[in-house]
Design a protein. Structure first.
Length: 97
């Protein structure tokens, strides 16, 4: 589910291409510090890939402290929430095409 530094050797364009190769449709987000995503779920799985900044993501009963080049795959129909760190966060949010 969570993989620290998975894309550590890649730049933004390379990461985008890799996400697409996996069959996901990535969208870029830049979110300000302190922004909160309330608990919710999606019918399909989602892939988040963090480029800059940090985000604390809670998936079910587990909490992950995500930073640059980390990725987290959130299964469908699982409740999750997130809080953006002190410096904001730039990331790709993706769903399967």
């Amino acid at each position: 589910m969570y993989q620290r530094g998975f894309y550590r050797t890649m730049d933004k364009d390379q990461i985008f291409a890799e996400i697409k190769k996996e069959g996901f449709s990535p969208m870029y987000f830049s979110v300000p510090a302190g922004f909160e995503y309330p608990t919710h779920s999606h019918e399909t799985r989602k892939l988040l890939v963090f480029l800059d900044g940090t985000m604390t993501v809670k998936v079910g009963d587990e909490t992950f402290h995500c930073g640059p080049r980390d990725r987290i795959l959130i299964p469908g129909n699982i409740h999750h929430s997130a809080i953006v760190g002190n410096n904001g966060c730039n990331f790709f949010w993706s769903e399967k095409i």
